[in-house]
Design a protein around this ligand. Structure first.
Ligand SMILES: Nc1ncnc2c1ncn2[C@@H]1O[C@H](COP(=O)(O)OP(=O)(O)OP(=O)(O)O)[C@@H](O)[C@H]1O
Length: 259
């Protein structure tokens, strides 16, 4: 892991203007994500996690402070970013490969090199042999893997993921956590993952940012010092249990979880 900060937020705040007046979504936040780091954000529903991710992607303007990517202010949609949402959002009439290539079409990238890159990514994500299948012929986990390939097609430095496995069953989700760790370790991207799952955040991350209720602020940041590659067995370890307890304690104290 290199030491340079790739994403830097200094006093970043967000207030939405709604017809009922301003809605304060995020209080001024400070954080930085280093190049190659895997950082998760957990917090109660409505605390502003998706808002934060959209601001990093440049899909939403910030209301105050400064937010930079590789030292440049984030203004408008960012080229060097790939996004994965909760739903895979694949077009049913296009094959898996053509869905992944959509990214290249939107960005007017050369076809031959994009196709070669799509094949490489599909190999990496375990989709070899499914290039010509349609999304409805794939399991939910495979569809999400295809959407991860699409997000990585243009080789962005940053992968932003908003609750990407939230719609999957528990076993598929654990499998996808292993897959994502493998993809991250191979691709060496900087990842910001929004999740509702505390174990998922701890399992995958170098650091976990814990947010408090709306208007969101950063309640704590934990360094997860578990060796990699991590196997699912690590979740049964005392260290993992300790991290889980520490993160959960924030939600007990906010009255979001009951003891
Ligand atoms: N376009 C909007 N206009 C007004 N308020 C909004 C808008 N979008 C989001 N909000 C408010 O901002 C707050 C943060 O929303 P956001 O979706 O970022 O939260 P979240 O932490 O991602 O929630 P969840 O975990 O439930 O997905 C919420 O209270 C929401 O009602």
């Amino acid at each position: 892991m290199s030491q340079a900060n790739l994403i830097e937020a200094r006093g970043v705040s967000k207030t939405y203007q709604s017809k009922d007046g301003p809605v304060e979504s995020l209080q001024p936040l400070d954080f930085a994500i280093r190049e190659g780091e895997f950082v998760s954000v957990v917090g109660p529903s409505g605390c502003g996690k998706s808002t934060l991710l959209k601001m990093v992607a440049g899909l939403l303007p910030i209301s105050g402070g400064s937010l930079t990517l590789a030292g440049k202010p984030i203004q408008g949609p960012q080229k060097d970013v790939g996004i994965v949402f909760q739903s895979a959002v694949l077009l049913p009439w296009r094959s898996v490969e053509d869905n992944i290539l959509l990214q290249a079409e939107m960005r007017h990238l050369p076809k031959a090199t994009s196709q070669a890159r799509a094949r490489e990514l599909m190999d990496m994500a375990g989709l070899k042999g499914f290039e010509g299948k349609y999304p409805w012929q794939l399991s939910g986990g495979m569809q999400q893997r295809a959407s991860i390939c699409r997000a990585l097609l243009h080789d962005p430095s940053v992968l932003l993921m908003d609750e990407p496995f939230g719609a999957l069953d528990a076993m598929t989700r654990e499998k996808m956590n292993l897959e994502l760790q493998r993809i991250w370790m191979t691709s060496k991207k900087t990842v910001m993952l929004i999740t509702h799952s505390i174990p998922e955040a701890i399992f995958l991350s170098d650091r976990v940012i814990v947010m408090s209720e709306r208007p969101g602020s950063i309640a704590a940041v934990y360094d997860i010092d578990l060796p990699r590659p991590r196997t699912l067995d690590v979740m049964a370890s005392a260290e993992f249990g300790h991290y889980t307890k520490q993160v959960r304690a924030h939600f007990f104290s906010q009255g979001i979880l009951d003891h």
